[in-house]
Write a protein of this length. Structure first.
Length: 363
């Protein structure tokens, strides 16, 4: 009797499993993630990795760095800005934690101090005037260079990252000359010079990014990184942060300029935005915040094949929200692109905001 029941029980179990699979696959209310086209794992033997720690999220960013320190060759610390008088200031809430520098150095990671022209409040845009004023007067340039050297010496930085953005194109020659002077003084003291570059698709002389003469700057700087993100931004319309087609155009432009690619790094975003309809500004989010949001609203992760980007939408209080972000798959596509193009490495903005599985690409 037991022998005759066994085949019947097995048949019932198989039928039940089939029914369960049919229900879960065909139920649109269950969030599902379409599988993206897999990007081949890039060859990473010679592709260096740089990360950035911002002062306003320093704890999670440093935690990410410590957990994945073997991945990195360079680290930048976003702590300083140029004030209206041409003096370097620490952001009010920045913690100059020397233990971060010491930990990085003990793990053979070079550390640079980032100096920006983003005002203290962070609520206004990048200020061109303070950079122009410093560039135009020899005494101010010399004083700024001296300030930089003192800063690097006091905290034992390996170098500096100059992140002066949205400067008037008329300052192009003065900026190039300043970088040449700065590089000479830094190299005399064994320090490195990094420059943050705006993404370029062409050579328009009247564009707000024209102040950066890439060929000239690359002769002085040790490394330059292209901020290949912001294709869609918080005050614009919804869309991918850095679609693969847009990034390809930036990379192609770079390669056509006959530049020393062994100095160039491709900047890759790790964050996302939540755009609410009829709102002027989107909300910036980390990967963890985005995943929590998606799960809270039962939203389905979608994959846009053209842009190689994940996204989803949801409804809240009668308003439609659209979220675009970066995850391991979208990052892998850009890392592979930098690798194929012959760049020296990739740099991530910013640590602590990423899909944790991103680092598996390098392990």
């Amino acid at each position: 009797m037991k022998r005759t029941l066994l085949p019947i029980l097995v048949s019932i179990i198989i039928v039940l499993l089939f029914i369960f699979k049919f229900i879960t696959v065909n139920n649109p209310s269950l969030p599902q993630s379409p599988s993206p086209t897999l990007t081949p794992t890039p060859r990473l033997e010679s592709l260096a990795v740089r990360g950035s720690i911002p002062y306003w999220d320093q704890r999670p960013a440093f935690s990410s760095f410590t957990q994945n320190v073997s991945v990195f060759k360079h680290l930048s610390l976003f702590w300083y800005y140029l004030d209206m008088e041409g003096t370097i200031q620490k952001y009010q809430y920045a913690d100059e934690d020397k233990s971060i520098i010491d930990f990085a150095r003990s793990n053979n990671v070079e550390v640079t101090a980032v100096i920006t022209n983003l005002p203290e409040t962070l609520r206004t845009s990048w200020d061109s005037s303070r950079v122009e004023d410093m560039l135009e007067v020899e005494e101010k340039r010399s004083a700024h260079i001296e300030d930089i050297l003192n800063l690097l010496s006091n905290l034992d930085f390996d170098g500096v990252t100059i992140d002066y953005e949205e400067v008037n194109p008329d300052a192009r020659n003065n900026f190039t000359f300043f970088i040449s002077e700065l590089a000479s003084e830094l190299h005399n003291q064994g320090k490195k010079l990094w420059i943050a570059l705006h993404p370029k698709l062409g050579n328009s002389s009247d564009h707000r990014y024209a102040f950066q003469d890439w060929p000239a700057l690359s002769k002085s700087a040790d490394y330059l990184y292209i901020m290949a993100y912001g294709e869609h931004y918080d005050e614009g319309s919804p869309g991918p942060i850095a679609s693969i087609s847009w990034v390809k155009k930036i990379v192609e432009y770079t390669r056509k300029q006959n530049l020393p690619l062994n100095k160039f790094y491709l900047g890759i975003p790790l964050y996302g935005y939540d755009w609410q309809e009829n709102e002027e500004k989107a909300t910036g989010l980390t990967y963890e915040q985005i995943e929590n949001l998606r799960q809270d609203y039962g939203a389905m992760r979608l994959w846009d094949e053209d842009s190689q980007s994940p996204h989803f939408s949801y409804e809240d209080d009668g308003h439609t929200h659209e979220v675009w972000y970066e995850d391991r798959a979208s990052v892998a596509a850009k890392v592979a692109l930098a690798d194929r193009a012959g760049f020296a490495g990739v740099t991530f903005w910013r640590l602590g905001s990423e899909d944790p599985s991103v680092w598996q690409l390098f392990n």
